[in-house]
Structures are given as C-alpha cells and as structure tokens.
Design a protein around this ligand. Structure first.
Ligand SMILES: Nc1ncnc2c1ncn2[C@@H]1O[C@H](COP(=O)(O)OP(=O)(O)OP(=O)(O)O)[C@@H](O)[C@H]1O
Ligand SMILES: [Mg+2]
Length: 364
C-alpha cells in the first residue's frame, strides 16, 4: 500500500468526512440547501446530479474554497469549517483543472511538496513513487502540451495524491475526455482507490461513472441530496421521481393505489408488491429491461397491460420496443439480442408485464 498511515501518530488523519446541514447562498439563490452526509474512511462516494445541482459548491466547501452560510464540515470528527484550504490537507482535482504549462510533469507533481518545504531528496523520492503508481514514470520530463488529455489528467491525480492527503476530492476529472478514455481512466481511478485506500469524493453528472465507481452515490438536485444509497439501490429502488428519471431509463405509469392493489390507467391490475399505504394516486416505475412483452397472450393473475407494439429499433446488443397500451400509454421495453429470444413484431397485440419485485411505487 502506498504511503501507509501509521496509526500510532494522533496527527494522522483516517479520512472520515461529515457534513452537517451545509448551506450556501449566492444572493437570493440557494446553491446548496441543507446537505448532510457522512463518509467513512476509505469510502468512495459520488455526488451525482445535473448541471447546477450544487455538486461543485458542496465539494468546494469541503475543500475550503467556499465558506458555507450555515452548517459544518468535519474531518475525523474535528470541525474544519473555518480552516483555510491549505490547512485542511485535502487533495483536490478541480473541474477543468489545468496543469502548470511551463513545468514538467515531475515539477508539476513536486509543486505541493515544494510548497510544504520538504527536503529535495524526499521530494524526488515521493514524486518518483507516485508517478510510477499512475504509470507515468517514463514521462517525468515531458511538458503538459506534449501529453494526451488522459495522461495530463493522471498528472493532476498524482499531484493531488503526492502529499499523502487522507481524502481526495475530484470534480469531474474525466469530463473533457472521450468515452473510451473515460472508461479506461475510470477503471484506473478505481484501482488506485483500492491501492491507496483513501477516502474519495467524486463529482460527476455521468450516471454510468457514478454507478460503476462508487460505494455509495448521493444524487443531488437543486442543492439537495435526494437519495444516498449503494449504486444498486439507486437504480433498483429510486426514492423519488427525480432519481428514477435521472438515473437510467424508466417507464413511469400513472396508477391508482386502492385496497392494497396497484391499478393501471384502464383500471387493470398491475404487477407490484401489495400496497400497504393509504389509498392514493401514484406512479409505478419499471425499467425497460424489466418490461416483458408477450404477443397474443391473455393477462395473468399477477396483472399486466394490454396493447400493441408500435415501433422497434435495433441498437446492437439489444432491441428497443415501443408499446402503446389500449389506454394510450407509451412504454419502452429493452430486450437483449440473444439468439434464444423470440421477438414480437410491430403491430402485434401484446401483454406488457414485469415482476412485482422489479416495480417501484412512488406516491409523491
Ligand atoms: N460564484 C458563484 N456566484 C453565483 N452563483 C454561483 C456561483 N457558483 C455557483 N453558483 C450557482 O450555484 C448553483 C450550483 O452551482 P454548482 O457549480 O455547484 O453546480 P454543479 O452541480 O457543479 O454544476 P455543473 O455540473 O454544471 O458543474 C448554480 O445555480 C450556479 O449558477
Ligand atoms: Mg460543477
């Protein structure tokens, strides 16, 4: 493990972060609204949300570059809300962060250590070690403009890690790169996370990235955390309509919840866990890959929706079917193109159904 912390030293941070009721206003606009979050030492947490949802502002309050109007930031239980950034000793990779263009890779990475006035030999040894770790050992004397975007991004990561911070804050570090490179570096960051064991708080608006990399994902919208869960639960058990719609594709079916049963727009019974709440209107969320279409079938006792296939698109590994219910609702079904699957055709009358356990009922 790289630069392992010694537990006997009380000054060594383990990297637990707690945010208590953080709030930040710009004029009358609330950028971050009552955000509370507890991050365990060594955990990888993503802040995921659309543009303007308050991700960068939250990260900058943790880093100390923005001062909250209310609330606290704690590092290992110690209140650091009012500490200047350099006294927090947190590694930061900013959104659209550029390297110093007139410095070589080694000089860029050495910079935080020179600021801390470490001895020359110590600086050289640490720079060499961290550059090897991000696979840039052979490029130490290059200048940023002589490197690819992905390599430059790795230099930025090395520079943020070189002074051995307990926490690394990353703001869309892969934002400017193409899809292939993003996926490659995503895996590298994940591997690095396992190797160095640092707490990582990772800002992204890319749901795939957040789901693939994180121990937990905090979905943000309009300055608030709408859901904080493991990736699987964010996808399978969205807490509200915003999360359901923002993370992945979803069919939203207006339903009536009555006498423990979920009724569709035509009054039909739909597959869902028995409803135990009070009678009300709601929305049933079903992912396209969970929605099955069976041609010329009759409804089963678990329920379903009658209708017709109105469109079909081949997308390589899957086929996307458009289904229109007799009640006029347009739904999407995604079927993997495995040879054993028999596919319905456009115009076929169908029953759309799903497993009760694959449907989420939302009532707000
Ligand atoms: N310095 C500032 N002055 C005024 N308003 C600001 C400032 N910084 C951010 N905001 C506003 O605060 C809100 C949250 O911005 P923030 O940068 O945190 O969003 P974000 O989630 O990081 O978005 P993006 O994905 O586009 O980077 C936005 O409405 C933004 O316009
Ligand atoms: Mg941002």
């Amino acid at each position: 493990m790289l630069m392992k912390a010694t537990v006997s030293n009380p000054d060594v941070k383990t990297g637990g972060i707690a945010l208590h009721n953080l709030q930040k206003r710009y004029g009358s606009a609330v950028a971050v609204d009552d955000v509370s979050l507890s991050v365990s030492p060594g955990e990888f947490i993503s802040l995921l949300g659309p543009s303007g949802s308050g991700k960068t502002t939250t990260l900058m309050m943790i880093a100390g570059f923005e001062m909250p109007d209310n609330g606290q930031v704690l590092l290992d239980g110690r209140d650091i809300t009012r500490l200047p950034p350099h006294r927090r000793e947190l590694g930061v990779i900013f959104q659209n962060y550029a390297l110093f263009p007139h410095m070589t890779v080694a000089e860029n990475v050495a910079y935080p250590l020179r600021m801390r006035r470490l001895a020359k030999a110590e600086i050289e040894a640490r720079v060499r070690r961290i550059l090897d770790q991000v696979h840039l050992g052979t490029l130490a004397s290059r200048y940023p403009h002589q490197m690819s975007g992905g390599q430059q991004q790795r230099v930025a990561i090395a520079r943020a890690l070189v002074f051995d911070p307990p926490v690394l804050l990353l703001d869309e570090p892969l934002g400017a790169l193409d899809k292939k490179l993003r996926e490659h570096l995503r895996n590298e960051i994940k591997t690095l996370h396992k190797e160095v064991g640092k707490t990582m708080i990772y800002v992204t608006h890319d749901q795939d990235e957040a789901l693939a990399m994180s121990d937990r994902v905090a979905v943000m919208h309009e300055g608030r955390i709408r859901q904080l869960s493991a990736p699987k639960d964010i996808y399978r058990k969205p807490a509200d309509l915003f999360v359901a719609g923002f993370v992945g594709e979803v069919n939203l079916i207006p339903v009536e919840l009555k006498d423990g049963i979920v009724h569709g727009p035509a009054g039909e019974t739909l597959p869902a866990a028995p409803w135990t709440g009070v009678d009300s209107d709601g929305t049933l969320c079903v992912r396209p890959e969970h929605l099955h279409l069976e041609a010329n079938a009759a409804p089963t006792s678990s329920g379903g929706m009658q209708g017709r296939i109105t469109g079909m698109t081949f997308v390589g590994d899957a086929t996307i079917f458009e289904f229109r219910s007799d009640s006029g609702l347009q739904l999407i079904s995604k079927v993997l193109n495995v040879s054993a699957n028999t596919m319905p055709e456009v115009g076929d009358t169908c029953i759309a159904s799903w497993l009760a356990s694959d449907a989420t009922v939302l009532t707000q």
